[in-house]
Design a protein around this ligand. Structure first.
Ligand SMILES: C[S@@+](CC[C@H](N)C(=O)[O-])C[C@H]1O[C@@H](n2cnc3c(N)ncnc32)[C@H](O)[C@@H]1O
Length: 336
C-alpha cells in the first residue's frame, strides 16, 4: 500500500513540476534556448578542465587576469564564468596556502602583474584628491603617518614597501627623504624590474619578496631599523601567510609596520573579525590588529575609515583599515 501510494504521489509531484515548468516556458519562451545553453556551459566548465588541451587553454586565459586586451572576442565572453568556476572549484578548495599562492601568482604575477603596475603608474599620486567622500590622506592614512615618522627615523633606517607594484608610492617618499634607504618589493622579478626602470632613484631599489618571506628575501641585518608599509597589497596575502608575516616581524623586533588596506564591513566590523574573510578576486578582509597583536606587536594606532557615506552606495561597506604597530627589540625577550 505504502509503495503504491508513494508512487502515485510521486507521479503527482512530477506532473505538478512539469505543469509549472510549462507555465514558466510559456511566459518566457526564450528560456527554451537559454536554459539548455546555461546547462551546457556549466557542464563544459565542470568537465572541460579534465581534458589537457582545455586545461592549458583555461590556464592561459586565467593568466590574462589583468590583461583583458590579450583576450579574443570569445575569451572576453568566457573569462568571467571560467574565472569564477576556477575560484570556487579549485582556488578556494586548496587547503595548502603555498599551493594557493602559486595558483594566485599564475594570474597575478608575470605580465599580468606588470600591466597592473603600469595602470597604477598612469595615476600620479595626488594628495589633494578625494577618495569617495574623504580626503586622500584620510583614505590612505599611511601617507600622513610616514610624513610624521620619516623625519624622525634613524639615519640607517630601511623603509620597505610590501607589494609595491608600480613603485610610485615608495618613490614618492624616496624623493622626499633622500637621507634614508628605500626598498620596494613585489611577488615577481618582472614586476620588481619594471618598477626599478620606472623609478630610478639613488636611494631606492626593488626586489622580489612576498609578505611571509619578506625578512629572508630582503636579508636586512636585524640591527637595522625597519619601517615596513603596505597600501592595498596585504589584502591579497593568504590568511595563513599573514599570520606568519606578522610573527616574523614581531620576532625580529626593531620594526614598525604601517598599513592601509581595503576591508569589507559584514556582520562584524573588520577589526572584530579575529581572522580573515574572503572578499573575492583574490582579496581578503583581514583583521590586521588581531594578527599583529597575536604575534606580539604593540598597536600604536588602528582605525576604520569609511570612504563612502551614502548608505545606498554599493561601496558603503568598503572601509580602509589603517593599522600602525610596533615590534620593539625588548619585546622579543632574552631567548629570541
Ligand atoms: C593593488 S596592488 C598595489 C598597488 C600599489 N599600492 C600602487 O599604488 O602601485 C597589489 C600588489 O600586491 C602584490 N601582492 C600580492 N600578493 C602578495 C604577497 N603575498 N606578498 C606581497 N605582495 C603581494 C601584487 O603583486 C600587487 O602588485
Amino acid at each position: 500500500m505504502s509503495w503504491s501510494g508513494g508512487s502515485n504521489s510521486g507521479i503527482a509531484t512530477c506532473a505538478a513540476l512539469a505543469v509549472r515548468k510549462l507555465r514558466t516556458v510559456l511566459r518566457r519562451p526564450t528560456l527554451l534556448v537559454t536554459e539548455p545553453c546555461r546547462s551546457l556551459a556549466h557542464l563544459a566548465l565542470r568537465l572541460g578542465p579534465r581534458i589537457p588541451t582545455v586545461r592549458r587553454w583555461r590556464d592561459g586565459l586565467l593568466a590574462t587576469w589583468h590583461l583583458p586586451n590579450e583576450r579574443s572576442w570569445l575569451e572576453r565572453k568566457l573569462f568571467d564564468p571560467v574565472f569564477e568556476r576556477w575560484i570556487s572549484d579549485t582556488y578556494l578548495r586548496e587547503p595548502d596556502p603555498d599551493a594557493r599562492e602559486r595558483l594566485k601568482t599564475s594570474c597575478m604575477g608575470g605580465l599580468s602583474g606588470v600591466a597592473w603596475a603600469e595602470a597604477y603608474d598612469r595615476r600620479p599620486i595626488d594628495r589633494q584628491a578625494r577618495d569617495g567622500d574623504v580626503s586622500f590622506d584620510e583614505a590612505v592614512a599611511v601617507f600622513p603617518t610616514l610624513d610624521r615618522l620619516l623625519p624622525a627615523a634613524a639615519a640607517d633606517t630601511v623603509v620597505v614597501q610590501v607589494g609595491a607594484s608600480s613603485g610610485r608610492e615608495i618613490a614618492y617618499f624616496a624623493e622626499r627623504f633622500t637621507g634614508l634607504t628605500f626598498l620596494g618589493t613585489d611577488i615577481d622579478d618582472k614586476i620588481a624590474a619594471r618598477a626599478a626602470r620606472a623609478h630610478p632613484l639613488a636611494n631606492l631599489t626593488f626586489a622580489t619578496a612576498r609578505a611571509h618571506t619578506l625578512l629572508s628575501d630582503i636579508a636586512v641585518p636585524d640591527s637595522t631599523p625597519l619601517i615596513v608599509f603596505a597600501e592595498g597589497s596585504l589584502q591579497y596575502v593568504q590568511p595563513e601567510h599573514l599570520a606568519v608575516a606578522f610573527e616574523k616581524l614581531a620576532k625580529r623586533g626593531n620594526v614598525r609596520i604601517v598599513l592601509a588596506e581595503p576591508a569589507q564591513e559584514g556582520a562584524a566590523s573588520p577589526d572584530r573579525l579575529d581572522g580573515s574573510v574572503w572578499r573575492g578576486n583574490f582579496s581578503y578582509t583581514h583583521d590586521y590588529r588581531y594578527y599583529g597583536e597575536r604575534a606580539g606587536l604593540k598597536t600604536i594606532e588602528q582605525r576604520m575609515i569609511r570612504l563612502h557615506f551614502d548608505t545606498a552606495s554599493p561601496r558603503h561597506r568598503t572601509v580602509s583599515y589603517f593599522y600602525h604597530g610596533l615590534a620593539d627589540r625588548d619585546q622579543r625577550g632574552p631567548s629570541q
